[in-house]
Design a protein around this ligand. Structure first.
Ligand SMILES: [Zn+2]
Length: 67
């Protein structure tokens, strides 16, 4: 498994090696291993961080995403 973050929605996913790197949220090949900083969002409604990074559902999110 590889932890990859989506450039689009910033969510982090455990992606098995050897499968196409498609974000399950966006359905786009926007996943990257070039990310740093991890925040866990539990309550989307009541989280300043969630609003700041644009998280719409609970999960793990990358703070910084490279190119
Ligand atoms: Zn995404």
């Amino acid at each position: 498994m590889v932890e990859m973050a989506c450039r689009n929605c910033r969510q982090i996913f455990d992606i098995p090696k050897g499968i196409p790197h498609i974000c399950p949220n966006c359905k786009l090949p926007t996943l990257t291993t070039e990310w740093s900083g991890l925040v866990v969002i539990i309550d989307v409604e009541d989280s300043v961080i969630a609003r700041e990074i644009g998280a719409t559902k609970p999960g793990r999110y990358a703070v910084r995403i490279g190119r």
